[in-house]
Ligand binder design. Structure first.
Ligand SMILES: [Zn+2]
Length: 376
């Protein structure tokens, strides 16, 4: 369980298989986000059909509603949401810092007020692990503190706290059927990132996450940090770049040795009438699509593009029909999942590097990271 088999590599890009209790995950892999134990607007069958193998659910949201103990009573997340493949939960920390109404952090944990009803709660590393054990995902995350990349003075404090909490998470973990990933922090400081990568690598985590990126730093800064971190990581553990990203970002991430990605962007864009397309992000609400009989993307094999015209999608949006969000989510998620599949195949057949310029050319217009909001 939780062995990671590296099956091919090209440069720093890797293809592998991560063994979990709910099946083998082929990597590199992109995980759709199912914040509230649902990938918004889609049934699990639709998410499976578009090719997703891993979904992420958010600990903070599920702890507040319906409550992790209730999820446990109902058989755990897999049973509750009827998703039979691997699930990953985050630690809840990031959402506390980004969503909670007020929060007060100390070395022991963080006290916060719920964004739903203002009630007061406290997360500690031990509490985060208990909640994630109740939820029952295959991959769970250490409780960490993600600092503002533009607040260098605080970055060291947050990183040291993250390291101490990582050890407390390891000590608190009881279930053998869950893989606990440690999280590297260190902002955009190469020295701190080095220290953090070495610290987390020295601990017995079966996988390693890179946190604190795609949170307001530039693209160059993110890539520079990946260049510092991934060469320091053990080859036999999967690496997870949290909250990333766009088609371009995942290509850049794989090139730098990342194996697992997640992002709300595909489903969030879909609910705002936007689709990934080779010409850039397409807003289907645009009046120019009123008579357009083409699919979103002629070359896309997703259900939406095989079946419906831009004109029909625009009609659904204008008429405020819920199906619009579902059909655009299918297309956007398929785009990411299928890109990852192409990437995996290319690493295996040795063509990854030569295909990068074509992919970048194709997806360049979808790269606007300023519009990414990591939490939903
Ligand atoms: Zn499509």
């Amino acid at each position: 369980m939780f062995e990671f088999d590296l099956t091919a590599s090209q440069g720093r890009a890797r293809a592998g298989i991560f063994h979990t209790p709910h099946g083998d995950l082929e990597t590199p892999v992109f995980a759709p986000v199912g914040t509230q134990a649902t990938v918004k607007t889609l049934t699990p069958a639709q998410v499976m059909e578009l090719g997703a193998t891993l979904v992420l659910a958010n600990t903070y949201h599920l702890y507040l509603r319906p409550g992790d103990e209730l999820v446990s009573e109902l058989g755990g997340l897999h049973e509750f949401m009827q998703w039979r493949s691997p699930i990953l939960t985050d630690s809840g920390g990031f959402q506390v810092f980004s969503l909670a109404k007020t929060r007060k952090i100390d070395d022991e944990g963080v006290t916060f007020k719920s964004h739903i009803d203002g009630s007061t709660h406290r997360f500690t590393p031990e509490k985060s692990i208990r909640i994630q054990e109740n939820l029952g995902a295959d991959i769970i995350m250490a409780f960490d503190e993600c600092s503002d990349p533009n607040d260098p003075g605080y970055t060291r404090v947050a990183m040291e706290r993250t390291h101490s909490w990582a050890d407390r998470c390891l000590a608190a973990k009881r279930r053998e059927d869950q893989a606990l990933f440690g999280i590297i922090q260190g902002g955009i400081d190469p020295e701190l990132r080095t220290v953090s990568a070495q610290f987390i690598s020295s601990r017995p985590f079966p996988g390693i996450a890179i946190g604190g990126l795609s949170v307001g730093e530039t693209k160059d800064e993110m890539q520079a940090m990946l260049d510092v971190v991934t060469p320091l990581l053990p080859a036999d553990k999967p690496r997870y770049l949290m909250g990333v990203g766009t088609p371009e970002d995942v290509i850049d991430g794989v090139k730098r040795g990342v194996d697992i990605f997640d992002c709300v962007l595909p489903t969030r864009l879909a609910r705002h009438n936007a689709a990934f397309s080779p010409g850039g992000r397409m807003n289907l609400m645009n009046a120019s699509f009123a008579h357009d009989q083409h699919p979103i993307d002629e070359s896309c094999q997703c259900y939406t593009c095989r079946t419906f015209s831009r004109a029909y999608l625009r009609h659904l949006i204008v008429a405020k029909e819920m199906l619009a969000g579902s059909l655009l989510s299918i297309h956007n998620l398929y785009t990411m999942v299928n890109l990852m599949k192409e990437i995996r195949l290319s690493i295996r057949d040795g063509s990854f590097k030569e295909k990068i310029p074509t992919w970048m050319e194709r997806w360049h217009g979808n790269a606007d990271r300023s519009k990414i909001i990591v939490s939903e």
